[in-house]
Design a binder for this molecule. Sequence first.
Ligand code: TTP
Ligand code: MN
Ligand code: MN
Ligand code: MN
Length: 370
Amino acid sequence: PQVTTPSPVVRVSQYACQRRTTTENQNKIFTDAFEVLAENYEFNEIEGRCLAFRRAASVLKSLPDMVRCLGATEQLPCLGEHTKAVMEEILQSGRSFEVEKILSDERYRTLKLFTSVFGVGPKTAEKWYRRGMSSFSEVLAEPGIQLNRMQQSGFLHYGDISKAVSKAEAQALGSIIDEAVHAITPDGVVALTGGFRRGKAFGHDVDFIVTTPELGKEEGLLTSIIKILKKQGILLFCEYQASTFDMSKLPSRRFEAMDHFAKCFLIVRLEGSRVEGGLHGCRADGRGWRAVRVDLVSPPADRYAFALLGWTGSRQFERDLRRYARLERRMLLDNHALFDKTKTQSKKEMEKDLECKDGCVVTKKMGVKN
Ligand code: TTP
Ligand code: MN
Ligand code: MN
Ligand code: MN
C-alpha cells in the first residue's frame, strides 16, 4: 500500500494576533468572495455576519498554502456552515453563485460605487440610492444634493485617490512630512504606519504618526504641519480634528473604534520628481503630479506605543488583539492605553466575557464591541 506522510497538525488560533500572517495570500479566490459577502452584510447592517466573513477571510490569509479540499478546513477556527458552503462551491466550480448574484445586484453595485468616494459612507450612499441615483453624474446633477467639503474633494480627485499608492510614493510623502516636522521641531518623531508598516506594497492612503519626545510639545504640531504644506502649495484638502484626549477619563466603559488624539485627513499633491521610479499608475497625460490621501495622527509621547499599535492595523488584527486582551488576558486595550481589567470589571461583565470566550460565537453585541 502507498504510504502517505501525514500532514502535521498545526493548530490555528482563533485570534489574528496569534497567527503569523505574511502579505502573500494563497487563498485570494476565497477571501475575495468573503469580502463581497461581508461588504454586502455591512451595507445591510447585519454586523454579526459581516464580521464572521471577515474573520474567516483573516484565518485563510494566515495559511501557508491554498485550501484544496473542504477536509483541509476541519481544524480551522472561525469557519461556519455558510463560509464552508461558499468554499465548497468555489472548489467545485471556481465561483460562488451567491457572490455573483451580489456582484450583479443594482443596490450593491451602487452603494459600492458611492462609498468609493472619499467622504461618502454607507449612510450617505444609501440615501442617494434611495433617491433613485445610481451614477456619479446623477449625484452631481441632482439639485437637492449638498456635498460637504470632503465629498467635493472626493469627487474632484476621484481618479487619483482611487488609484493605489505605491511604496515609493509613500516614501516620498514620508520625506515631505519629515521635512515639515523637523522644520517645526528638530527632535520631532515621524513614523510610517498603516498598511505600509505591515509591509504592503500598495495602499489606499499613507498613514503617519507624528509627535515630539517632550510631553505637551506635540500640541499644535499638526496645525503647524498643515501651515507648512499649505505654504508649499501642496495641500489639496484638509480636515483637522483637535484632540479630545483626556487621560483621567480612561478606561472608557465602551470600546471605541476611533481614538481621541489630534488627527487630520488630507489630500496632498505629490510631484513626480519626488518619487523614485515615477508616479504609480499615472496616465501618460503629461501631468507631473498626482493627488494622494494622507492621514496624520499626533498622540502625546507617553501614548506613542499604543497609538502606533492601534494605527498599524490591520483592522481585523486590531479587533482580535483587543479581544485577546479582554478574553485571554483580562485586560482592556485601545489606541490610548492598556488596563488590567481584574481591577475594574464588574461580575456581570466578567460573566459576559466568559460567554464570548468559547470558539468564534459572533453575536450582534460582540460585533459592536469588537
Ligand atoms: P487605514 O489607513 O484605513 O487602513 P490600512 O492602512 O490598514 O490599509 P490601506 O492600505 O487600505 O490604507 O487604517 C490604518 C489603521 O489606523 C487601521 O488599523 C485603523 C486605524 N485607525 C484608527 O485607529 N483610528 C482612526 O481614527 C483611523 C482613521 C484609523
Ligand atoms: Mn468612502
Ligand atoms: Mn492606510
Ligand atoms: Mn488611513
